[in-house]
Design a protein around this ligand. Structure first.
Ligand code: F6R
Length: 365
């Protein structure tokens, strides 16, 4: 039931503080993430992990791409992320003691399932250490056929556009990073950050009405660009996918540093450019990328940390985000992009919960 909400998508966006909190419940101690919470054998198994392969489709693959930044920078393990439809046809090399991770809301996505079956077919020796499914629906093909399961606990997701399933996947991957990492000092801080996510997302949701006004600037446009750097690059990809999917606007994401290698040629006043700019090590670089856009007459819409120093002026509209710790910023910065896509779709009058040509669960290849 939609309750007071006009669409399931909006309801599901607003359920995220609760969903994210449910996802970590019972999986944390005071100073660490509990590997044992995903099964009695998980602790010993995860302690042996020396590499990670993540395979998924669509929005779920974007969560994997964020995790790659986390797993390599924090757990210091090599991590490869691939679209399921590509992975299974390319004869991948499997490193020693590699964990194979699938991400899926439905647990029935044909390409992801086929990739899991392929990974398992490699057998002992040439194959993977173990398979882990991070899944939202219980009792699915993916969960039945994997060695380990971590449920995302977002609850049923009805809107075709994935929202709370995505952010809870990020939460699971945040916890997985700590489980396979070897640095207890860092884990303690991460646990605090994880516990604070629900209230951080509550505060971000307060931007809802400001974003609905922003949406008016997109309704009559044909195209939009999304920019981010580091772990925010896949978040920009997710923002672009949401906009394409439900408001039928052509949107593309670029790593902000890549602009000058081609897409800058597209920038003019009819091309809105959306950027995500948390206060992290990339902020100064992102700011200079934004100047490149402004200098070409592009219209910028920036979701920036309240302490970023960025301010609204001609050509640039800045929406202040509450400060959130770096470790969970990708979760928080997804929210305004979901809201933007939602409000643009509503303003355009498209079918938000059932976009044309799409199905909630893609069970064909
Ligand atoms: C986008 C969306 C799709 C799914 C993709 C994978 O909003 O919902 O891109 O993310 O079809 O689906 P799951 O996660 O069920 O495997």
């Amino acid at each position: 039931e939609k309750g007071a909400y006009r669409h399931f998508m909006l309801k599901e966006i607003h359920e995220q503080p609760r969903a994210l909190t449910d996802t970590w419940q019972g999986r944390l101690s005071d100073n660490n993430v509990l590997a044992s919470s995903i099964g009695p054998e998980a602790e010993a198994l995860l302690a042996r992990v020396e590499a990670v392969h993540i395979v998924a489709c669509g929005t779920s693959s974007h969560a994997g791409m964020v995790a790659r930044y986390w797993i390599e920078a924090e757990a210091r393990l090599p991590c490869n992320v691939e679209l399921a439809s590509e992975y299974r046809y390319r004869d991948p090399v499997v490193p020693r003691n590699c964990l194979f991770v699938t991400l899926s809301q439905s647990g029935e996505t044909a390409d992801t399932l086929a990739a899991l079956r392929y990974a398992k077919s490699l057998g002992e020796g040439a194959g993977y250490l173990a398979t882990l499914a991070i899944c939202n629906k219980p009792e699915t093909s993916l969960t039945r056929e994997s060695d380990l399961i971590m449920m995302t606990r977002a609850g049923p997701e009805i809107g075709v556009a994935s929202t709370k399933a995505f952010t809870t996947q990020l939460m699971c991957l945040r916890m997985l990073t700590a489980m396979i990492g070897r640095g207890p000092d860092r884990a303690e801080r991460v646990v605090g950050d994880i516990r604070g996510v629900g209230s951080a997302v509550e505060r971000v949701l307060e931007l809802d009405s400001a974003i609905s006004h922003l949406a008016e600037h997109f309704v009559d446009k044909q195209h939009a660009l999304f920019l981010g750097r580091g772990p925010m690059y896949p978040i920009a990809m997710e923002g672009a996918l949401k906009l394409k999917e439900i408001s039928y606007l052509h949107a593309e994401a670029y790593a902000a540093g890549e602009l000058k290698h081609g897409p800058l040629a597209l920038v003019d006043e009819d091309m809105p450019v959306v950027a995500v700019a948390p206060n992290n090590e990339w902020l100064e670089k992102v700011k200079s990328n934004l100047q490149e856009v402004r200098a070409r007459g592009g219209k910028l819409y920036v979701f920036a940390d309240e302490n970023s120093g960025l301010e609204t002026e001609p050509g640039i509209t800045v929406l202040d985000m509450p400060h959130v710790p770096d470790t969970v910023a990708p979760i928080a910065y997804t929210i305004p992009l979901q809201l933007l896509a939602y409000h643009v779709a509503v303003a355009k009058g498209t079918d938000v919960d059932q976009p044309r040509n799409l199905a909630k669960s893609v069970t064909v290849e």
